[in-house]
Design a protein around this ligand. Structure first.
Ligand code: SF4
Length: 220
């Protein structure tokens, strides 16, 4: 979303809400503490994952992790955006970045972009049994270098070997999550908060296909 030069004021087009719910910042922690936002509303964007920054036309790898509001039905559109009313359904409790976003005046949101971000580690209780598992998952199944992945997928000479290299990482990530949900250690609703998006989801927009097989997913 580039800054639209022709706009003089907000006309409630909804572009800001449709192109990605906001990142949460430390002042938003009170929304979680007071129960106005719950974990199942949130997704962790892990270091290196592609995400939209304000006024960017394309998602780009992020330099450090943060929490944001989840999208709706696999899209970037904020789950609280009411398409019919063209309005925010949690207006009084919207995160700080939403109040600062104005596509006719980009300075305020750009000043805070990437700064003082809230992460899952700010919100997870030190006694939470999932905390060591979150750290282990991050070590064993980090987000790959998405710029290298994109370049490799676009190279006919490298594509197949790259997919072969990524397959164990993608399957390991899925198996880790499935084991925790099967054990009842992790609720599906909180999965995105604790572990972020499954790695295979990051590959779909890059044109990678997925096929389920008895031994795991196959990347195409
Ligand atoms: S919380 Fe409300 S204002 Fe913020 S992106 Fe979502 S719908 Fe838009």
């Amino acid at each position: 979303m580039t800054v639209p030069a022709e706009k003089q004021s907000c006309d409630r087009c909804g572009s800001c809400c449709k192109q990605g719910g906001p990142a949460l910042h430390r002042p938003d922690f009170s929304l979680i503490q007071e129960g106005r936002l719950d974990r199942y509303h949130l997704v962790t964007i892990r270091k290196g994952e592609p995400a939209f920054l304000p006024f960017a036309d394309q998602p780009a790898p992020v330099p450090s992790e943060f929490l944001k509001l989840q999208g709706r039905q696999g899209s970037w559109c904020c789950l609280f955006y009411d398409e019919q009313a063209r309005a925010c359904s949690i207006y009084e409790n919207r995160p700080m970045a939403c109040g600062l976003f104005d596509c006719t005046a980009p300075e305020p949101i750009l000043v805070i972009t990437g700064k003082d971000l809230l992460t899952r580690f700010d919100c997870i209780d030190p006694d939470d049994p999932l905390l060591p598992l979150v750290r282990r998952h991050d070590r064993e199944f980090p987000c790959p270098d998405m710029e290298m992945v994109t370049a490799g997928l676009n190279s006919p000479a490298d594509r197949l070997s790259l997919l072969a290299d990524l397959t164990p990482l993608v399957n390991g990530d899925l198996a880790f999550r499935r084991q925790l949900t099967a054990q009842g250690t992790l609720s599906v609703a909180a999965e995105m908060f604790y572990f972020g998006r499954p790695l295979f989801q990051l590959l779909l927009p890059l044109g990678v296909g997925i096929r389920e097989t008895p031994s795991g997913v196959q990347l195409l």
